[in-house]
Design a binder for this molecule. Sequence first.
Ligand SMILES: [Zn+2]
Length: 97
Amino acid sequence: MVALTDIATGDEVNVSYLSVGELKSNVHVRQTKLKTTWGVDCMCSKCASDIAKAESNSQATARVATQRQETVDVRNRAETKRRADNAGKQRIHNRYH
Ligand SMILES: [Zn+2]
């Protein structure tokens, strides 16, 4: 192990549980690596922040999906109404012609 800076007496020395590459990976990869290798459920500020962002994005994605479904539902109702109107007009047409 090599220190990148001088270490004074009393300085705190930390060793990362993850490699430099793993530190740059997404929270899911980091959490999985920490859990499987060290048995750690990491709740550091970076993981907590990334999890909150992922949940926020997931909720936003769910909202967009709901809005899209609502749009489809409105279109389907409009199409159903148009067909019913056309069927009604056809019945009236058949009655009088
Ligand atoms: Zn973490």
